[in-house]
Design a protein around this ligand. Structure first.
Ligand SMILES: C[S@@+](CC[C@H](N)C(=O)[O-])C[C@H]1O[C@@H](n2cnc3c(N)ncnc32)[C@H](O)[C@@H]1O
Length: 329
């Protein structure tokens, strides 16, 4: 396995010359992150990874990783059925935005030749630790997804779960995914779904109303009781309201960004199926989309509703996770 800051270029020169491509233009810095418009930053993601808020075991221990995986299986059980981790045995898999390696461990234990790329050093150290604890083989590289340090045609699958909707310069990311995939290779991405219950009902309506309540005396207690949101999240919301005033509630991008992955998240956007398909347009073929995960966990009885027949039906149209699978043409 590579060290935390290592970069390298991988791939087959034959494939490169056949396609007339350029060998990996590797750069760690992402020029977009220094632009005025907010986008994903490694600082935010080094403080916010799955498990940092809910796990009881110390971060980086075997117990911690077990809690993270158990939580994922309980809350997002659909991931297995979409990704089919075992199907990628013997293939070269790149996970773009691998985080702490929760899905990566599934690919690697299923027999894939796994590479994880992420720009958060903290996430990569934890991912490496997890692989070490489980005796898994994998390679991890610190990199911005807008400039991947791999040669053209290096992978059979580029998998990216819950990442590219945080990156403003998403066109560069998709261009890089295409460049590093072999012809006929698969991109499988998950982004947040615009036409979802979570977006229209929870974020746009309920969270907005609850954010206003936080300013009233006793408001935070009521909100905490009803939603079971951790206190630090509610404190963060209150701070944002104090800092931005009414603009916090009226600026769509600002409110959405701070209400998906927690307060302080620089940037999130939502996609419709058509918008995501358009992003993977020319240069891709056989695009298909799938919608999953109602994400009703904040509502009393929400989990039961999600598991009912009606809930399962609704999940396929108004779920929060929008997946796109596309082949590199
Ligand atoms: C919500 S987490 C998802 C992690 C993992 N895919 C999972 O499902 O657990 C988003 C991850 O993407 C990484 N990320 C976000 N923007 C990035 C960028 N421009 N370049 C590289 N990594 C990025 C973050 O560091 C973070 O680990």
């Amino acid at each position: 396995m590579e060290g935390p800051d290592s970069t390298e270029e991988l791939g087959s020169p034959a494939c490169l010359s056949a396609l007339g491509g350029s060998a990996g233009s590797s750069r760690l810095s992402d020029p977009v992150t220094s632009a005025k418009e907010p986008t994903s930053t490694p600082e935010f993601w080094s403080d916010y990874q799955p498990g940092f808020r809910f796990a009881h075991s110390p971060v980086g221990t075997k117990g911690f990783f077990e809690e993270v995986s158990a939580y994922r299986l309980a809350v997002e059980p659909h991931i297995d059925g979409v990704v089919h981790f075992d199907q990628w045995a013997g293939k070269d898999v790149l996970e773009a935005g691998c985080g702490i390696g929760t899905d990566g461990a599934r690919f690697a234990s299923g027999g894939a030749r796994y590479t994880g790329a992420d720009f958060s050093g903290t996430a990569l150290s934890l991912a490496r630790r997890r692989f070490q604890l489980e005796g898994l083989d994998g390679r991890f590289l610190k990199s911005s997804l807008t400039h991947l340090p791999f040669r053209d045609c290096s992978f059979d699958l580029v998998f990216s779960h819950g990442v590219i909707h945080h990156i403003r310069d998403v066109e560069s990311v998709v261009r890089e995914f295409r460049r590093v995939l072999r012809a006929g290779g698969t991109a499988l991405v998950m982004v947040y779904h615009r036409h979802s219950l979570n977006y229209h009902l929870t974020i746009q309506t309920v969270r907005r109303a609850a954010a206003g309540l936080l300013l009233l005396p006793g408001g935070p207690k009521v909100v905490a009781k009803v939603t079971h949101e951790p206190e630090e999240v509610l404190d963060g919301q209150r701070q944002l309201l104090t800092e931005h005033g009414l603009r916090y509630l009226t600026n769509g991008e600002l409110f959405l960004s701070n209400n998906t992955d927690g307060p302080g998240n620089p940037y999130s956007r939502v996609y419709s199926r058509a918008e995501l398909r358009a992003l993977f347009g020319p240069g891709w073929r056989d695009q298909s989309t799938e919608v999953r995960y109602l994400n009703l966990r904040l509502y009393p009885g929400g989990s039961r509703l999600s598991e009912s027949t009606a809930g399962r039906r609704l999940e396929r149209t108004m779920g929060w996770h929008l997946y796109l699978r596309a082949l590199r043409a």
